[in-house]
Design a binder for this molecule. Structure first.
Ligand code: MN
Length: 205
């Protein structure tokens, strides 16, 4: 039972001008596909072949770096595509909006913290909005292709929103200007999907 590349729900040029067509095409067809292929190769014929990706992450420290890096690469990109929208969206879910107010004061404070954490991350990785087991929302980052579902993560929680901070995600358009890329991201967030993840702990990829 191999993992499969999830279909993109938008065209490569749909996120222009914030994420350009060529970056989107390479990112999905080359980077994401390569993580998937290597993950499937790493788990083929092992006990992991029968496990869900979340189960693998919860015990990932027991497995090889191939499983950790490519499992993360497979999952993180699948989630990333899901929370992107070609149309600018507002937060329509009251429960999510209330929770953002409770833990960040307002949406702008969430964005400010997301920006600061994203800028502080040295090298390649991801910035996340997560929901902890006690329902607390917080911003965290991970190096490489790690994520907050992994037992190796400093803070565990359910990912609601994420941004790829590897240079391959933005260098063609933004060069070394990570700040402009992070700021542009808010034009693309699919808040309905974020709300769906917030309200349902059982969504799997
Ligand atoms: Mn990437």
């Amino acid at each position: 039972m191999a993992f499969i590349l999830p279909e993109l729900e938008f065209k490569y040029d749909a996120l222009e001008p914030f994420i350009d067509k060529e970056t989107m095409r390479l990112h999905y067809l080359k980077h994401h596909a390569a993580y998937l292929e290597k993950l499937n190769a790493a788990i083929a014929g092992t006990e992991l072949d029968k496990m869900k990706i979340e189960e693998i992450f919860s015990t990932v420290s027991n497995y090889t770096s191939e499983v950790r890096n490519n499992g993360g690469g497979y999952y993180n990109h699948a989630l990333f595509w899901q929370i992107l929208s070609p149309e600018k969206m507002a937060i329509n879910d009251i429960t999510l909006a209330d929770s953002i107010t409770k833990y960040f004061g307002n949406l702008q404070h969430l964005k400010d913290e997301f920006f600061e954490e994203g800028m502080k991350l040295f090298g390649s990785g991801w910035v996340w909005l997560i929901k902890k087991d006690n329902n607390e929302l917080l911003i965290t980052t991970s190096a490489n292709q790690d994520n907050p579902l992994m037992d190796v993560a400093p803070i565990n929680g359910r990912p609601l929103l994420t941004l790829d901070l590897w240079e391959h995600a933005y260098y063609l358009k933004y060069k070394n200007d990570r700040a402009a890329y992070i700021n542009a991201f808010w034009n693309l967030v699919n808040w309905d999907k974020v709300a769906e993840l917030f309200n349902n702990d059982n969504i799997n990829f």
